[in-house]
Design a protein around this ligand. Sequence first.
Ligand code: HEM
Length: 258
Amino acid sequence: MDTIFFSLIDKFVLVMQQLRRTKLWTSIFRREHLPQTESDFLAMNRKNFFVHILPATINKSSMRLTYSWFWMGVITFWLFVILVISGIFLMFYYVPSVERAFDTIRYIVNQVDLGRYFRNLHKWAGELMVLAVFMHMIVVFFKGAYQRPREFNWIIGILLLLITIMFAFSGYILPWDQLGYYAAKIACNIANSAPFIGNQVRQGLLGVDNCNNLDQFSLIRWYVIHVFLLPTLIVLLIAVHFWRIRKDEYSTPPEEAA
Ligand code: HEM
């Protein structure tokens, strides 16, 4: 399995090297000196964040699929990309109104071309992302990668985990069906019970004085949280997370580090 994986990476590097020499590439990305030798190419990679998220030089045993449980962090990232694409599709039809939310979901599923597919894709990718982010955290914990010098990235990771859970929870509310309505009510009661600032938190998150009267303000707030606030936060934090992975160097299995 690992041999196939490494040979795929080698092939990818070769294709990239050839692509960089094409006229199309050089007409878009102007470079005074194109990399001619392998060491030039490696030097260029070392500087370029977008070429890959891992550091340019990395211990071969850190790349074993079993070391990161099949790149669970990468899987989490791609699930997020699927969620963004399918979420944009859903936004074309979903109306965040207490009268129309549920009907628009039914419309998407029953009438819109590929609607059922995109809705289910969004739902499944959301559930799987929660699972993947948990598994990724467990992997990081058991390989001890939370220790120095990666403790800052561990904290960023915890924030990413909380945001992922908030994503799932806020998405649950949006159809404004029985499940969504009562989920919002639970959120309202939890917010209400915050010590000292319960009133303010409830007002801020649900826009109502009484958790028995959830209305349009409650739904629109969770909609804005789901489609704007959380995505903005997660994109920023993922960028910091990836930047730190490069700066901290990817961890090495203990038997190799010794
Ligand atoms: C949206 C959520 C997340 C995404 C997209 C993400 C993505 C990634 C990726 C792509 C990697 C490198 C490859 C890999 O190890 O699989 C990584 C490594 C890492 N992640 Fe995450 N991650 C997320 C959440 C978390 C969480 C919840 C934690 C812990 C609380 C965490 C802590 C770390 C640490 C410490 C590393 C470095 C691992 C090492 O050097 O061995 N991440 N992450």
